[in-house]
Design a protein. Structure first.
Length: 225
């Protein structure tokens, strides 16, 4: 796993150096609350904010800008032993602009001896007053491994590595984005867990220039009865 991460970062930063690129960085705190509706149905609500400290498109000096807030709500229906289908809606508040996004996704999680492997396939549609609708297809693979023992238990740390690809279509144009997310997690108890890690995004892969975003991501997951 460590070798895969090193090779990926080498390729990503090699591409960034050779191509005309921009760089921005900030923090990305997120809270997600899950509620069990029935034995197979779960309601997941979340809030996330994006806060920028460096953006070399505007200014290379250290600065602060509150960029946006995302409020999401999804219903997750369990199918079979490992899969789930989710439908949801995201409301984005970006300055004075309100953006709407519909979400449909399929997830499958498989447990092995020492790791948990997850796949997520998503389609979403974004609508706003000032831009043409944007349609995206997303695929994410994630590996989760306890740092002690064979399973993640309360009071234990774990490591999670995700890699995601996003194909985007807007106003007869298309683009590709990739993300890599290494996280260190801690399961406080069966209801609470926290994660701290990096969310690196490389956008504009099908264009002449690229956008590099590096976020310090902080997640809190709470499960209600």
């Amino acid at each position: 796993m460590r070798k895969v991460l090193v090779v990926f970062l080498f390729l990503v930063f090699g591409y960034s150096i050779n191509a005309q690129s921009s760089f921005s960085t900030g923090i990305l705190p997120r809270v997600r609350v899950s509620t069990k509706v029935t034995e197979k149905l779960k309601w997941v609500n979340g809030i996330e904010s994006r806060q920028l400290f460096v953006d070399d498109i505007k200014d290379e000096s250290l600065d602060y800008e509150y960029v946006l807030t995302d409020i999401s709500s999804l219903l997750a229906l369990k199918i079979g032993a490992h899969g789930a289908i989710n439908w949801g809606y995201l409301l984005r508040i970006e300055g004075e602009e309100i953006i709407h996004r519909a979400i449909q996704q399929f997830t499958i999680v498989q447990n092995y001896d020492l790791i948990r492997l997850g796949h997520r396939l998503v389609s979403d549609q974004t609508f706003s007053r000032n831009e043409a609708p944007e349609f995206r297809l997303r695929y994410r693979i994630a590996v989760e491994k306890p740092l002690s023992g064979s399973t993640i238990d309360p009071g234990e740390f774990y490591f999670k590595l995700s890699n995601e690809y996003l194909l985007k279509f807007q106003d007869s144009e298309s683009d590709l984005e990739t993300r890599i997310l290494p996280f260190l997690g801690y399961e406080i108890n069966k209801k609470n867990k926290i994660e701290l890690g990096l969310d690196y995004r490389l956008d504009g892969l099908l264009k002449s220039g690229s956008e590099n975003d590096l976020w310090l991501s902080m997640n809190w997951f709470y499960t209600m009865k």
